[in-house]
Design a protein around this ligand. Structure first.
Ligand code: KIV
Length: 272
């Protein structure tokens, strides 16, 4: 199959599983508008995430907590108009999953109003029932473990998670429970690379990392971080591709190439 044929075929959860099966890395970036969505899609990105990081990079907030469902729906709708190839994942914002009924209604909005292909939920084994319900209703779920920015007040800050045996074992168990409940994808944020590797090995579903080392099945970064236009603190696990490439298109292409060839993330982007 030619690269062009490959790129015009829509990425599905089966594509992601096949990629994991043959050891091909999954490249994911966030997007919040149609122009960037189109640019990422043309560059051959596999997955686009409408992240609640938009609270920080679009709205100038200092956390993701105030982001609302209506704001997510607005950005989801405009991003989906730019995608022909990539799988569209949308973040369930803080409190949108406070009860199963609310979560089902809100995930349904993403699928029906935005054309999302998957919803992303922060939380561990406590989300089992919700993942089972969404799965029964035909809504694919990306579970999100490790650093969960919506729980920053409970975690006591933005810190690497799973550093001690007890919390590492809990994360391994959370991942098992969520996979059994029907999750189709797992995102790990700020996790030591050895633990991320174990989680990727034990999971049949693909595992995408951000600050989780190079041994996961794929990588995700915030688009504005790789373009060097995010305001404020740039995390250690990110990389500004504009410094070496000089154009937005080239930066995105280079990110995809480095993810696929496992040259990103390097040691300096990794917690161990
Ligand atoms: O909101 C977001 O962009 C995310 C990524 C940091 C993974 O959840």
């Amino acid at each position: 199959m030619s690269t062009q044929q490959k790129q015009t075929r829509r990425v599905t959860i089966n594509t992601l599983r096949e990629m994991k099966g043959r050891g091909e890395k999954i490249a994911c970036l966030t997007a919040y508008d149609v122009s960037f969505a189109q640019l990422l899609d043309h560059a051959g990105i596999d997955v686009v995430l409408v992240g609640d990081s938009l609270g920080m990079v679009i709205q100038g907030l200092n956390s993701t907590i105030p982001v609302t469902m209506d704001e997510m729906v607005y950005h989801g709708k405009v991003v989906s108009r730019g995608l022909r190839h990539a799988l569209l994942v949308m973040d369930m914002p803080f409190m949108s999953d406070a009860s199963t009924a609310q979560a089902v209604a809100n995930a349904g909005r993403f699928m029906k109003e935005c054309g999302a292909n998957m919803v992303k939920l922060e939380g561990g084994a406590d989300q089992r029932e919700l993942v089972e319900t969404l799965t029964r209703l035909g809504i694919p779920v990306c579970a999100h473990l490790g650093l969960q920015p919506q729980r920053v007040h409970k975690l006591g800050g933005y810190k690497v998670q799973g550093r001690d045996t007890e919390s590492a074992d809990k994360m391994l168990n959370d991942a098992r429970v969520l996979e059994q409940a029907g999750a189709d994808l797992l995102l790990l944020e700020c996790v030591p690379d050895a633990l991320a590797r174990k989680l990727s090995e034990q999971s049949k579903i693909p595992v995408i990392g951000i600050g989780a080392g190079s041994q996961t099945d794929g990588q995700v970064l915030v688009l504005y971080d790789i373009l060097g236009i995010s305001v404020g603190h740039i995390p250690k696990f990110s990389k500004n591709y504009m410094l070496q490439s000089g154009s937005i298109q080239q930066s995105v292409k280079q990110y995809i190439e480095e993810v696929k060839s496992v040259s990103f993330p390097a040691a300096e982007h990794t917690f161990n």
